[in-house]
Design a protein around this ligand. Structure first.
Ligand code: DC
Length: 224
């Protein structure tokens, strides 16, 4: 089988990463989580008290970031200046900071270069916001995974409940709407469905059903 690439884009909470990880395992291909890279830049800026809306400050901070990514068995480990931050970046705060620094051209330029390099030499499934439109414009299969704000809010609340954390549903819903706005309306490579992407609404599907739907699309197109 020749090398192929699968691009999965969509808004926060649509299930992209859970679904992509499972598909990577089933097809035995590499999974690349691009959101983690923006989160790592966001985390570095938060730790160094950088004003996220000041482009020059963020650009300067970017020069002090050495990002290393290790890919193995459907799992991505990410290092920030030698420190494993794979788990540290999974907070709401780092997600918001990621979305803020992602509007800056220099940040996107640096990360997109890393993403394209990582995609070379093997079959991959890569998830993010601009994979089908910008990072891998010639991806073999492009999926735009969507879900309603209501459903994405419910999923996030459920996750927090399982973690035993307190939450305010209205606040979570507000944050999801804000993140969508930020990601869809930025100037450079905003979140949008690529013209040749297949859109899937996962609002009424669980992870297994979504995985199966995407696998069916993949199997129609390539012999895996
Ligand atoms: O997928 P995620 O929630 O981990 O992504 C965090 C933020 O990073 C997201 O709100 C916007 C930004 N991002 C991006 O601009 N482009 C990507 N390809 C991936 C993420």
């Amino acid at each position: 089988m020749e090398q192929y690439s699968i691009a999965i884009d969509g808004p926060a909470g649509s299930g992209k990463s859970s679904v992509s990880k499972q598909i990577a395992k089933i097809l035995n291909i590499v999974y690349i989580d691009t959101g983690a890279m923006y989160r790592t830049v966001g985390l570095h800026c938060l730790r160094n008290h950088i004003n996220l809306s000041n482009t020059e400050e963020v650009e300067k901070a970017l020069q002090n970031i050495d990002m290393e990514i290790a890919l193995s068995e459907g799992k991505q480990t990410i290092y920030l200046n030698g420190e494993d931050v794979t788990e540290t970046i999974r907070t709401q705060q780092a997600g918001k900071a990621a979305s803020d620094v992602a509007v800056i051209y220099a940040v996107r330029e640096k990360l997109v270069q890393i993403q394209r390099e990582l995609s070379k030499g093997h079959s991959v499934i890569m998830d993010g916001r601009d994979i089908g439109t910008n990072v891998l414009p010639h991806a073999t299969i492009k999926i735009y995974l969507n879900a309603s704000v209501e459903e994405r809010t419910n999923r996030r609340c459920h996750e927090l409940m399982l973690l035993g954390k307190e939450y305010n549903k209205k606040q979570i819903e507000y944050e999801i709407i804000q993140r969508d706005e930020n990601d869809k309306n930025r100037k450079y490579n905003p979140l949008k469905k690529a013209e040749d992407a297949i859109e899937i609404d996962s609002s009424h599907m669980n992870i297994e059903q979504t995985v199966q739907t995407i696998l069916n699309i993949i199997k129609q197109k390539i012999n895996v």
